[in-house]
Design a protein around this ligand. Sequence first.
Ligand code: ARG
Length: 260
Amino acid sequence: MKKAVILILTMVMSVGLLAACGTSDNANKKSGDKKVLVMATSADYPPFEYVETKKSDDIIGFDVDLAKAIAGKLGYTVNVKDMDFGGLVQSLKSGQADLVLAGMTPTEKRKKNVDFSDIYYTAHHLIISKKDSGIEKLEDLKGKTVGVQLGSIQEGKAQEINKQIPIKIENRNRIPDLIQEMKSGRFDAAIIEDTVAKGYFEKEKDFKGFTISDDPNEAGSAIAFPKNSELTAKFNKELKKMKENGELQKLVVKWFGGEK
Ligand code: ARG
């Protein structure tokens, strides 16, 4: 009887201890002696992050490689967690994740809630539509239904356009849903980044696109961290080294297949 009580007490105590570990260090847990960082992403964004369903369930892509490369240098392994793009900032705030790599652009609004690394890749916004849509320039969007990813900066871009040219804005959680809606004719166009659109143009032969702004930093990607995370400076230092020694460029060529 006494033994049983002690056993139960020990069990209760160790559960408490485990719980305490979990909360004291955010999502940043230890497995063996390798520290694990939880990276949240929205795996709907090839070649940044996606699942090649035919091959495996693993999330792969430029962002995953970059996170693993930097984390590895700092003695961490990376655990990738998939969620909708609109939930990523919150995942950092709530301590569910240690970092976000999701082709995420460091905007002033997001900076109120999270910290960002330096930019690691730059991109442009593209208006994509079917080749026979007659949409060749911004003005042609007048009265059209334009799809954007929920919570993305493309949503803001659409609102900006709407101030000059009245359009109907629709949002979806996932990029493939935008493509689907265009194929079925519910959307006339969508705003997507050039690097991601490029991949779709290869598969969807009747799609085309044009750039809406020539400022490449407008859609640049950076790594997001919880406010005041000590990881930001550490990651920036390694990112800088990778920019200087060509390692980053190698990843760019691997995933985006071209010089940058
Ligand atoms: N760069 C854009 C943004 O920050 C879009 C990123 C979308 N990323 C994704 N994994 N779906 O809003």
